[in-house]
Design a protein around this ligand. Structure first.
Ligand code: ARG
Length: 590
């Protein structure tokens, strides 16, 4: 019986290639280069050419890259994984996997669970800083994108056994609070007793207080005094601050609840006490200079310096981020710190990452070492008019309303279809609710995640809720159909996975099997490059490959029924795991 090792297929092959490289060219140290092959084989090793340019003319006995490839192939340790190899042109080693090993790996997953297919990542602890709206300001589509992308990254790392700190870096500190608090006192003399309903919409409250601030110098002065009192810790001001934050938090939580996203809030205020000591360290290292009354860090390659203390003596976004990074590195001991915001903030992140490197907190990024910081930027959400997305005439998009609309649209489509097919009688009201939620919210998430995050995308309910093309709805159908094939077979796959066996004799079975076992390396790639769309692409291709298999290979009633049902089950499990990583609830019946 073949044995199934740890890590993705690529990682396992890399270990074999690594050992071969040590035997082939003991004098040079090289990383194994193993890739999926698109043509002649399943995987390929691409080390020969690079090695040739390193060692030619150094008295090596190899005559050309092809000869190196031959030697790499010959020196591969024997293993159950590889069926055969061949060497092409300038030394590419084509690797064909053993059908028996592929089948064994799939069956092994069925028996021991999909967690055994987790990739091995080079870090144990990561901070993912995402969502991070600002108190009393609008939580806009940009924050929705950050929430969706950040949650998916967190899920992918968690699946890969990384300890993830999901951080909501809420903007809960800053000069706007003086204005908000004074306005609260003025509007609601009994502010201590009132609930969130009394204040109503915080965004409107914010606007009104801003108007007051801009038009009345006396109020403005009071607001500025208010900031000082708040920062000085005066009881009444702290209490009012807390009240405003709590109301905002309640609004954010409605969105998180609908999206089923977990976050731990450590807002900007949390890092405030750490700022002085961090700035002192940076001053000690000679990084902080005076400039036009402010204290700044000059950074190579940037026209303007990074301001860390404003001319009025106050701290800002950058000083808070430096303190937060210090905390994450030294107290939380995170090895990878990931920030999810729109690309508009790229410069801020570039600059403060550089400052952290200048302070010696982080290694040179070219060394590809840890600890590491990454800015996960994303593009805009556009409306059908090609402009920044807004709903109807209101200025901002109410995120909760947006999600509710996705749900109600998916519900009415579901109802219509079930009624037309006479199937409505089979559904309980609860099933209808849950399914339209899973489909509706899933559609919003998938439409966001399937694009490369850096590109802008157009928000369209019609498109995302269509059951054709690369949409969550299509994928939900594909998954539900596999579940129904298994149900209708009247076989117990839980029993078959123990007693039966998988074989991959038909070409479409083999293609599907090979694609299934690529799952781990897909997650690995998505984590390494911080690109959730890689998982979406995989999920979509998998469902297409399944369709091809199902069209060409009879399942129920065929001599290969057991093996093929197990392939159906494996596909359904991998699809569900993809849904899980994307934060989408799968449905079993549609
Ligand atoms: N509150 C900021 C905004 O709404 C995002 C914060 C991102 N995280 C950070 N550590 N800077 O734009």
């Amino acid at each position: 019986e073949p044995t199934v090792g740890a890590g993705s297929v690529k990682q396992q092959l890399s270990r074999l290639v690594s050992s071969s490289l040590r035997a082939t060219v003991p004098e040079v140290e090289v990383e194994p280069m193993v890739e999926v092959s698109t043509k002649f084989a399943d995987y390929q090793c691409n080390n020969a050419m690079g090695l040739w340019s390193k060692i030619k003319g150094s008295g090596t006995s190899f005559k050309n890259p092809n000869a190196i490839g031959q030697a790499i192939s010959k020196n591969l340790p024997s293993s159950d994984i590889i069926e055969s190899t061949s060497v092409a042109g300038p030394g590419f080693v084509n690797i064909t996997l053993s059908n028996r090993w592929v089948a064994k790996r799939i069956q092994d997953m069925l028996v021991n669970g999909i967690n055994t297919w987790a990739p091995i990542l080079p870090v144990k602890k990561a901070v993912i800083d995402f969502s991070s709206p600002n108190i009393a300001k609008e939580m806009h589509v940009g924050h929705l994108r950050s929430t969706i992308i950040g949650d998916t990254l967190a899920r992918m790392f968690e699946f890969s056994n990384v300890d993830v700190l999901r951080r909501n870096h809420v903007g809960d500190w800053g000069t706007q609070f003086g204005m908000l608090i004074e306005y609260l006192f003025e509007k609601f003399p009994n502010w201590q007793e009132i609930g969130s309903q009394a204040i109503g919409d915080l965004q409107i409250f914010y606007k009104a207080s801003k108007q007051r601030f801009d038009s009345d110098p006396e109020f403005k002065a009071r607001a500025q005094q208010g900031v000082v009192k708040l920062q000085g810790g005066e009881g009444k001001y702290r209490e009012a601050w807390k009240k405003i934050c709590d109301i905002s938090r309640g609004e954010f939580d409605l969105v998180y609840k609908r999206l089923n996203v977990e976050l731990e809030e450590k807002g900007e205020s949390f890092y405030n006490p750490y700022i002085p000591q961090v700035l002192e360290e940076l001053t000690g290292k000679g990084l902080i200079k005076e400039s036009e009354g402010a204290r700044v860090i000059f950074i190579e390659g940037h026209q303007i310096p990074l301001i860390v203390v404003k001319s009025d003596g106050g701290f800002n976004y950058a000083s808070t981020d430096l303190a937060a990074l210090w905390y994450r590195l030294n107290v939380e001991k995170a090895e990878w710190i990931i920030y999810v915001t729109d690309v508009g903030q790229q410069q801020h992140f570039d600059m403060f990452f550089s400052a952290a490197r200048m302070a010696g907190w982080l290694p040179d990024p070219r060394e590809k070492k840890f600890p590491r910081t990454s800015h996960v930027g994303f593009g805009l959400v556009l409306g059908s008019d090609g402009k920044r997305f807004r709903t109807r005439s209101t200025e901002v998009v109410r995120l909760v309303e947006l999600l509710d609309e996705a749900k109600s649209r998916s519900k009415s489509e579901l109802l219509q279809r079930l009624t037309e097919n006479g199937k409505i009688v089979d559904w309980t009201e609860e099933e209808l609710e849950q399914t339209s939620e899973a489909v509706g919210y899933g559609a919003v998430k998938y439409a966001d995640l399937k694009n490369n995050r850096l590109t802008n995308y157009t928000f369209s309910f019609e498109q995302m809720l269509s059951d054709k093309g690369n949409t969550a709805v299509y994928l939900q159908y594909a998954h539900a159909r596999i579940c129904s094939i298994i149900r209708k077979s009247n076989k117990d796959v839980e029993e078959l996975k123990i007693s039966g066996a998988i074989s991959l004799d038909h070409p479409d079975e083999r293609v599907l099997g090979l694609y299934l076992i690529r799952f781990a390396e897909v997650v690995e790639e998505a984590c390494t490059n911080l690109l959730p769309n890689v998982v979406c692409e995989y999920l979509y291709n998998l469902s297409e490959m399944f369709t091809k298999f199902y069209t060409n290979c009879q399942v129920v009633g065929s001599p290969e029924e057991t093996s093929r049902l197990l392939l159906c089950q494996a596909t359904a499990i991998v699809m569900r795991q993809c849904f899980q990583l994307l934060g989408i609830t799968p449905v079993y019946k549609l």
